[in-house]
Ligand binder design. Structure first.
Ligand code: NDP
Length: 309
C-alpha cells in the first residue's frame, strides 16, 4: 500500500518529509510518479486524475486538500472509496481573518470612500457601530461557525443559518428553509459560507436579495456558482444591494470581459480568502491516515455523499 499526493511542490516537500519520518513503512509518492498504481491506497489531491477508477484499483481514501469537494465528480468515485475533506485550524483561521476584514470593510462603507477618493470628494457618512449592524452567516459549518463567533465577538448582531440548528454563543440561530426569510430579514451584511451543492447552486439570486433589508451588502467566500451575477448587478442598480465583496467567481479566473471587474460597487479578490496551511494541514493528514491504518473508519471530515458536502 502507498500514499499518493497530487498537489503543490511546497506541500510535496513538507508533507513528504513528514510522512517519511512519521510513517516510514508507507511509501509516499508525488504525482506524476505513482509507484505501482495498484498499491495506491490513499490519494490526496484537489482534482483527481480523470481515470481514477482504472488507474488505482485499490484506492480506499481520497482526501481533498481543500475544504470543499464540489470539484470532485462523485459519480466517478466508487462508493467504497471514502472521501475526506480538509478541516484544519490554519484554514479556519484564514477564513475568520478574511471575513472579519470583509465585513468591517462593508460595515465602514470603505468601498464608497474609495470611489469618493477617486473623485477627490470629501463626504463623511455617519456610520453605525458594530452593535447596530446585523450580519448573517449562511452555512454554520466548520468555517461558518467560528466566523460567526468572531463577528459576534467583534460586537456585531450576528445570525447564522444552516440546515440543522447550530448554537454558537452570541449568535442567533436559524435553520432550514422555513427560517430562511427571518434570517435574511436580519442580514444587512450577508456572508455566504455554504458548500456548493445542487441545493445551494445559484442561491444568491434576485429572490434572495429581495428578502434582505434595502441596501444590504454581500460577501461571497463560498463558490462563484452560488451567485447569479446578472441578479447581483440588477440588485446593485436598483439599490436593493449597495455593495459586494466576492472572493470567488464562476469561472475562475474571472473572464476579462466580466462586468464585475469595473463595477466600483464590487470588490474582487482572486480566491484567496483562505487556503490549507501546509504545516497544520500536513499534521491533520498524517493523523487521519494513522487512524485509518489503525482501523478507524469514522472521521468528522468524512463527506456525506447523499448531502454532497
Ligand atoms: P461545512 O460542510 O463544514 O459546512 C457547511 C454548512 O452549510 C453547514 O452548516 C451546513 O448545514 C450548511 N448547509 C449545507 N447545505 C445547506 C442547505 N441546503 N441549506 C442550509 N444550510 C446548508 O463546510 P465548511 O464550513 O468547511 O466550508 C464551506 C465552504 O466554504 C466550502 O464548501 C467551500 O466552498 C468554501 N471555502 C472557500 C474558501 C475560499 O478561500 N474562498 C476556502 C475554504 C472553503 P449543517 O451544519 O446543518 O449540515
Amino acid at each position: 500500500m502507498s500514499f499518493l499526493l497530487k498537489s503543490t511542490k511546497e506541500r510535496a516537500d513538507v508533507w513528504g518529509a513528514l510522512f517519511r519520518s512519521e510513517l516510514p513503512d508507507l511509501p509516499f509518492h508525488v504525482w506524476p510518479e505513482t509507484g505501482n498504481p495498484e498499491d495506491v491506497q490513499f490519494l490526496a489531491t484537489w482534482e483527481p486524475p480523470p481515470d481514477l477508477l482504472t488507474t488505482f484499483p485499490n484506492l480506499e481514501v481520497i482526501f481533498s486538500v481543500g475544504a470543499g469537494v464540489d470539484q470532485f465528480d462523485m459519480t466517478r468515485i466508487p462508493d467504497h472509496v471514502t472521501i475526506i475533506r480538509m478541516i484544519e485550524s490554519g484554514l479556519t483561521d484564514g477564513m475568520v481573518e478574511y471575513v472579519n476584514w470583509a465585513v468591517l470593510t462593508l460595515h465602514r462603507d470603505i468601498l464608497a470612500y474609495v470611489r469618493q477618493q477617486r473623485q477627490h470628494e470629501w463626504k463623511p457618512v455617519h456610520n453605525k457601530i458594530a452593535s447596530q449592524r446585523r450580519v448573517g452567516v449562511m452555512g454554520m459549518g466548520t468555517l461558518g461557525s467560528p466566523v460567526a463567533s468572531a463577528l459576534a465577538g467583534a460586537g456585531f448582531l450576528c445570525s447564522g443559518w444552516s440546515r440543522s440548528r447550530h448554537e454558537v454563543e452570541g449568535v442567533t440561530s436559524y435553520a432550514g428553509p422555513d427560517e430562511l426569510d427571518a434570517f435574511l430579514a436580519a442580514s444587512e451584511i450577508l456572508v455566504c459560507l455554504l458548500p456548493l451543492t445542487d441545493a445551494t447552486r445559484g442561491i444568491l439570486n434576485a429572490s434572495l436579495f429581495s428578502r434582505l433589508p434595502k441596501g444590504a451588502q454581500i460577501v461571497n467566500v463560498a463558490r462563484g456558482a452560488h451567485l447569479v451575477v446578472p441578479d447581483l448587478i440588477a440588485a446593485l442598480d436598483s439599490g436593493q444591494l449597495s455593495a459586494a465583496i466576492l472572493d470567488v467567481t464562476s469561472p475562475e479566473p474571472l473572464p476579462a470581459d466580466s462586468p464585475l471587474w469595473d463595477d466600483q460597487r464590487v470588490l474582487i479578490t482572486p480566491h484567496v480568502a483562505s487556503v490549507s496551511q501546509t504545516e497544520t494541514a500536513g499534521r491533520v493528514l498524517l493523523d487521519t491516515v494513522r487512524r485509518y491504518l489503525a482501523g478507524e473508519r469514522n472521521f468528522h471530515s468524512m463527506v456525506d455523499r447523499s448531502k454532497g458536502y
